[in-house]
Design a protein around this ligand. Structure first.
Ligand SMILES: [Zn+2]
Ligand SMILES: [Zn+2]
Length: 417
């Protein structure tokens, strides 16, 4: 059988979407041990290692150093390469749609909605890409520090200052080496829009995803309808076909129809692109809905999965302030390995003096001890171990405002600093 251009388009989309899906989602715990998880390891580790090894033998590593320079440029510098790739694909698909499908779509509702919906991805792209995601500067750092409290589980109040920015990292922020700054409530750096997704543009990012989903599903529906009407016209011109059972009536007839005119192959290609890439966008949206429901960012979900592993292994300990315990009548009988409760570390004291709200009293701190006896951080002075956590369900995520809708409200109305 001779493959037509259309077949190549379909094969390309299927392979491309599958690879993107595996690369993006294969590392999720849900896929551990499954074929998706294994394919992720294969694509991400095994194959690159093999290529590097072969390259070393053949060219002495020249190919590897040249390509990693390119990859470095694409991944570690601000650039519009991926965004342009997306924009070109979207624009070409829409242009072909308006040329070949639009004249065959009737009905004022569709004619009104199509241009409106087609513009949405561009509009939200602009907002995500050009809204300041929440860059922490020397000027606003004090206000940023007040925005979210430290939970002392994934963000530490006595934690480090940013090595590049040289100020204290606000809770929930993360330094982005591409954007060259600490970003408030940093979700992730998105090469697709050449910007970080943070406190101020996460809402637009969600709308961007939804607008793409809308274009893809609505586009699939419209292009399919156009093709189906043509199918009926060609094979049942007398109007004998009426029921959806004719959808798949004849595979051969469909193939003939698709290849009968140039516009039918174009419309079929658009339909294929739209319907085959929409699961990818749905997966993305589902992942983010899950994060919002749990009150965490992509960055935090990685931190939480580490905490979960530690907790499941019985290595997560809660330290509490002893004075507070005494006031509440806590008998301190926990697993009680005491630290020198009397002395307060000079650095912590300095912080307390500078920021009165960072009072040590009553603060709960989670600390994990690794197998080799080292800690992820040292227990703060004046605090004692009260218990060992046996699972993540015993640990409160203070950034969760109480479910999906409350978290959406917080995302939609960020405070201005
Ligand atoms: Zn920084
Ligand atoms: Zn960034």
């Amino acid at each position: 059988m001779k493959l037509s251009v259309l077949h190549y388009v379909v094969i390309f989309i299927v392979v491309f979407s599958t690879i993107v899906f595996i690369v993006l989602f294969g590392r999720l715990p849900a896929f551990k041990g499954t074929i998706v998880g294994k394919a992720h390891i294969l694509l991400w580790r095994t194959i690159p290692a093999k290529i590097v090894a072969i390259d070393k033998k053949i060219t002495g590593g020249r190919f590897h150093s040249a390509s990693s320079k390119w990859a470095n440029y694409l991944v570690n510098d601000k650039n519009w390469a991926v965004a342009i790739f997306y924009g070109v694909i979207l624009t070409i698909s829409l242009a072909l749609f308006f040329k070949d499908a639009w004249p065959r779509i009737h009905g004022p509702i569709h004619r009104l909605f199509i241009p409106l919906i087609a513009l949405q991805p561009y509009f939200y792209f602009y907002l995500v890409a050009f809204t300041n995601p929440g860059v922490v500067t020397r000027k606003n750092v004090d206000k940023c520090l007040e925005l979210f409290p430290y939970d002392d589980i994934i963000f530490y109040s006595d934690g480090s200052e940013c090595r590049t920015c040289h100020f204290k990292k606000p809770a929930r922020s993360k330094h982005c080496s591409v954007c060259k700054g600490c970003i408030l409530k940093n979700d992730h750096h998105c090469a697709w829009v050449n910007n970080c997704i943070g406190y101020y543009n996460y809402r637009f990012f969600l709308m961007f995803l939804l607008s793409n989903l809308l274009v893809l599903t609505y586009g699939s529906y419209l292009t399919f309808t156009v093709l189906y009407n043509e199918y009926l016209d060609q094979y049942y011109p007398d109007g004998t076909a009426s029921a959806p059972k004719y959808y798949w009536a004849s595979y051969r007839n469909w193939i003939l129809l698709i290849h009968s005119r140039s516009w039918t192959s174009v419309v079929t290609s658009i339909c294929m692109i739209a319907s085959l890439t929409s699961p990818l966008v749905i997966a993305f949206i589902a992942q983010h809905i899950l994060y919002i429901h749990q009150g965490m960012t992509t960055n935090e979900s990685e931190k939480w999965s580490e905490v979960q592993w530690v907790a499941n292994n019985g290595m997560l300990d809660i330290y509490e302030n002893r004075e507070e315990d005494a006031e509440e009548g806590y008998n301190g009988s926990g697993s009680g390995s005491e630290t020198d409760a009397g002395t307060v570390h000079p650095r912590l004291q300095a912080l307390k003096n500078a920021r009165p709200q960072m009072e040590n009293r009553g603060r709960k701190v989670c600390i994990y001890a690794y197998d080799d006896g080292t800690f992820n951080r040292l227990p703060p002075p004046g605090m004692i171990k009260t218990r060992t956590v046996s699972g993540l369900e015993e640990v409160v995520n203070i950034y969760d405002r109480g479910g999906l809708f409350k978290n959406v409200r917080e995302i939609w109305f960020p405070k201005i600093v």
